[in-house]
Each structure stands twice: as structure tokens, then as C-alpha cells.
Design a protein around this ligand. Sequence first.
Ligand code: GLP
Length: 251
Amino acid sequence: MKVVIKSSAEEIGNDIADSIQQLIGQKPTANLGVATGSSPLSVYRELARRHSEESLSFARAQAFMLDEYVGLSANHPERYFNVITRDFACHLDFADDAIHGPDGLAKDIEAEARKYDESLANAGGIDLQILGVGSNGHIAFNEPGSEWDSRTRTIALTEQTRHDNARFFDQEITAVPKLALTQGLGTIMEARQLVMIALGENKADAARELVEGRVTEQWPITILQQHPDVVVYLDDAAAAKLSDPDSYRNN
Ligand code: GLP
């Protein structure tokens, strides 16, 4: 696991955009794993810039989402499919049917979860997965206690997560869905390359557990220690609880 500390989200966005551009250069049909939330926004902005100013093209690539709220209406602005379209896909030249996510409005939600896992496998798996982390160490919506070999499934969101995500719902915790569909930890670990972004002091505990802690289901993020190709990007605030942050500054 490589750990990189940068002083701004823009520098992190630039580094990860480099990795994605390299991947697309080698494999134009790449499958990109995309995350919602504020952490990847600088990556998405930089990709949009490279697309409009430098002709970086995603015309043959596909994007797969990590998770989705269950039950938000099709046009709800916080439905993750709409978030990914707005923050990411609409600024790039993906084909119309190239953005995939589990459908939180499916009638048979468990069947939808299985179908999504199958669609990932049928597409040949994820080449590069972008990840954020919740303040409680969740990745995608794999809350503490999630099993290492879990697959795409429904999960009850913790009060902490609903509280954290209330900022996207006018600070109204009751408006945050209680249930989500999420790729499992086992699913995420199958991606060939992972990049994880943690920004801000709210992520400092999770970052410390990831970099210095032992692998434990209480901190789902710690499973990344066992992935063969993962880069962890932290800003100064997220790195503040590491015992020796300076040792990662020149990575
Ligand atoms: C949500 C998403 C996660 C994301 C996390 C952190 O819970 N399901 O995939 O990593 O939020 O979000 P942010 O980057 O906004 O802090």
C-alpha cells in the first residue's frame, strides 16, 4: 500500500487523473469504478478539464458506481445515479449506456444486487476503482461489521452515516434513506487497481486505522491493506493522526 500526502485536493485530483489518463491510454475500453461524495470531485474536475482542453476521451470506456440509496425517486437530486451524472459523466464523452449503477428503485432489490455483481463480472471487472471513506471507516456503504467476502447487497445505514450525509439533504437526517445497495468488500477488492481519497479532519481516525491499524471489520477501510495495488491519498488534515506523516510527503 502506497500512502501519499498532498496539501490540496487539487494536487490529489491531478495525480489520480494522471493514473486514469494512463489507463485509458493503454486500454480505451477500461472499466472505471466511480464514487460519489465530495472526495473525488477534484479528480472529476480535472478529468473534465483534460477532456475539454486536451481531448482526453472516454468514448469507449464504461463507468460503474459503488452504491445507491434505496427508494429515492428517479429524479431526486441525491439519487447517486443523478449525482454521478451531474458531477462526472455529463462533463465527459461516455456513451449514453456506459454509466452503470445498482437500481435503488428495483422491485426485487436482492435480485438487483445479484444482477449488479454479475454485470461487473460480465464486463470483465473494474480496472481502476476510486474510493472515498466514511468517517466511521466505511467504503462504498459497507458499514462496520461488513464481512470481508461480502458481495453487492442491501445494507442498513448507521446513524453516523445518515448524520454525515444529512449535509446533502438540507441537514435533515430523516430525509436520508435508511437503506442502500452497495458493492460488497469482496466485490471492491476484485478491482485491479484502487485509489482511495480521504480529505479533512473528519477522516483522520479512518486514515490512521488504514495506515497504522490492524485489519478489523470494525474499520472496513482496513481491508485495503490486503490489496496488491492501492494508493491512499490524504490531505494534511486527514493525515494529522498518523504517527509520522512527514515520511509520506515525498511519495
Ligand atoms: C458516502 C458514500 C461513500 C463515500 C462517503 C464519503 O457514504 N457512500 O462512497 O466515500 O460518502 O463521502 P465524502 O467524500 O463526501 O466525505
